[in-house]
Design a protein. Structure first.
Ligand SMILES: Cc1cc2nc3c(=O)[nH]c(=O)nc-3n(C[C@H](O)[C@H](O)[C@H](O)COP(=O)(O)OP(=O)(O)OC[C@H]3O[C@@H](n4cnc5c(N)ncnc54)[C@H](O)[C@@H]3O)c2cc1C
Length: 547
């Protein structure tokens, strides 16, 4: 899209929070523009654990957060059911969990408004046979799992329906500030490297862990203490419900079933730079050890890959960091930078994906008051577009759709996630130009148990075909396009490979070395070292640049 040069409000950051903010602004009649430096949902929102919190996690230490979670959990089930799998959840007491915590759990849930009922342990073990047989008590709560990219896509669609817009691959690199007001933001297009300006009346930073960097462009201080959380993806759903340990929050104590896999998390380690961190083997080992207290066979189950996201933790000026990152508030904070001399600039930091809509509502309340807009917030009542008649997501839905069309040759690209060629082509039609990783986020291609062993190459083929169609298809063009598709493929495989290195040992390490040999020796990729810089975009601009 061509980026508009003016907007009533410029929203920075295309995660769940920024998407929620632009939707709310649009519904209140403001013409907003959201800009994101990469694809939507490539910050923390696309690298989180996948849990639609019931609030149970917070009932003991933060009843306000618990109440917000359960209320927003109900709102999201109403407005965004297509992004939610209603897995349900359990808090289970292992022999290691303290009696006082377990005894008080149901009463704390009641005090925070979180629905909770104690269930019979043998019955639970019948339904969840992989759980430790020594579980002592179990409480059912309305946890779920929630798909971030589909949520953002529908949220932005609603914003567009109401006259606002969003642009991806647009990085904010500076502001123009005159007499205590931001008058314009300078953007750099990450595909073409061209720069442009957007003039605006107001700026909202929803840049998560990067909020400090954005604030600095306006000469404002926002101190973030990004906390890295690592998670492990297992190759099957050893549980159908979310399983949490019934104890004070710690590492490796939640398993979330997400589509065809299950994810164990997390850790919480302070990092200096939200763009530069490693996942260590020690973290992986620690997660497996802790997770085995819930699922004793975990050390023998196959991990597909590790990944990490960075919590947007905000450190208020007076905060004492002595307690480490787990002691810093998970609550969200809206910072009005008029206090620091910039009148038309707010940042929204912290919080959870589950509470993103509420964060957006409260942020837009501040913006609307400053701009003299009186329209009230409607985002909790009105469903997002494309909600499939209000039904929540269920794992079998793609198979059911294929069978409805008569089954047979379904033209599958990705056997694990049942992504068909028409689905990938529709995504490419709607989002071109894009990377293979963008297609992954949009369709889940390559996210299942085989982690893209076959489908990745098929998508690279589609990309090359599309380049031929959009930029000439003489023999020289086709060779050029194949080379671009290869580079995109290499970037994609290296990114995937990054997540398998920390988990590889024994037989899996041997397999990994063999895969590496196939990619570098047979397929001619130069190296499987992690990619430096952004993944190449398979765009017509890239074709021009290559000429
Ligand atoms: C390990 C982990 C597990 C979690 N698990 C859960 C969970 O299970 N359930 C839950 O509810 N919450 C969970 N959370 C919290 C939740 O993921 C985050 O609070 C939420 O996703 C933050 O969304 P956001 O939109 O505020 O930030 P982000 O998603 O990080 O969005 C900020 C965006 O700003 C963009 N940006 C940065 N700089 C610029 C720039 N210069 N120009 C343009 N754009 C820029 C970034 O690319 C990014 O996309 C978890 C967090 C972590 C780290």
């Amino acid at each position: 899209m061509t980026v508009p040069h003016t907007a009533d409000v410029l929203v920075i950051g295309g995660g769940a929070t920024g998407a929620g903010v632009v939707r709310d602004l649009a519904r209140r009649g403001l013409r907003a523009l959201l800009v994101e430096r990469g694809d939507y949902g490539t910050g923390t929102t696309g690298r989180y654990h996948g849990l639609l919190h019931s609030g149970g996690r917070y009932v003991q230490k933060d009843q306000v957060a618990a109440r917000e979670c359960i209320e927003e959990n109900r709102v999201l089930r109403r407005i965004a059911p297509a992004s939610i799998e209603d897995t349900g959840g359990f808090f289970v007491a292992t022999p290691d969990d303290p009696d006082e915590y377990v005894e008080a759990f149901a009463a704390n849930c009641e005090a925070s408004g979180v629905d909770c009922d104690e269930v019979d342990v043998p019955t639970l073990l019948e339904h969840e046979p992989a759980l430790d047989r020594r579980i002592r008590r179990a409480f059912r709560v309305p946890d779920g799992s929630i798909e971030p990219w589909q949520l953002i896509e529908s949220t932005l669609a609603d914003a567009r329906l109401h006259g606002s817009d969003a642009a991806s691959y647009q990085r904010v690199i500076g502001f123009e500030v005159t007499a205590g007001r931001i008058t314009a933001a300078v953007l750099r297009d990450e595909r073409t490297r061209s720069e442009t300006k957007v003039w605006t009346q107001f700026v909202v930073s929803a840049a998560g862990a990067w909020a400090g960097q954005i604030a600095a462009f306006a000469g404002v201080d926002v101190e973030m203490t990004p906390g890295k959380g690592t998670m492990l993806i297992y190759n099957h759903r050893m549980t159908d419900a979310v399983i949490n340990r019934c104890h004070k929050s710690s590492d490796g104590d939640i398993m979330v079933p997400v589509h065809t896999v299950a994810i164990l998390g997390t850790t919480d380690i302070k990092v200096a730079d939200p763009d530069d961190y490693d996942i260590t083997r020690e973290e992986v080992a620690q997660l497996v050890d802790e997770g085995a207290k819930l699922f004793p066979d975990l050390p023998r189950m196959r991990i597909l890959r590790a990944y990490a996201g960075v919590r947007p933790l905000y450190k208020p000026p007076a905060a004492d960091a002595a307690g480490g990152n787990r002691s810093i508030t998970r609550a969200h904070v809206i910072l009005d930078h008029a206090d620091q001399g910039v009148e038309n600039f707010v940042s929204v930091v912290g919080g959870k994906l589950t509470t993103h809509r509420l964060m957006a509502e409260q942020t837009v309340d501040v913006v609307a008051a400053k701009l003299g807009v009186t329209a009230r917030c409607t985002t909790a009542e009105e469903p997002l577009p494309d909600q499939h008649g209000g039904a929540t997501y269920w794992l079998g839905h793609r198979l059911a759709e294929i069978e409805q069309r008569g089954g047979g040759d379904a033209d599958l690209l990705c056997e694990c996630e049942l992504v068909t060629r028409p689905m990938a082509e529709t995504y490419l039609d709607e989002h071109w130009p894009c990377t293979i990783d963008d297609v992954r986020r949009g369709t889940r291609v390559g996210m299942g148990p085989c982690q893209g062993a076959f489908c990745t190459f098929r998508v690279a083929g589609l990309v090359a075909e599309r380049l031929d169609a959009s930029a000439g298809d003489g023999p020289a063009d086709r060779a050029e396009h194949a080379a671009i598709a290869d580079r995109a493929l290499g970037a994609f495989l290296r990114e995937r490979f990054k997540g398998t290195r920390p988990i590889a040992h024994g037989r899996q390490l041997q397999e990994l070395l063999m895969t590496n040999g196939i990619y570098t020796g047979v397929l001619g990729l130069d190296s499987m070292a992690p990619a430096v810089g952004p993944s190449p975009v398979t765009a017509p601009e890239a074709v021009d640049a290559a000429r």
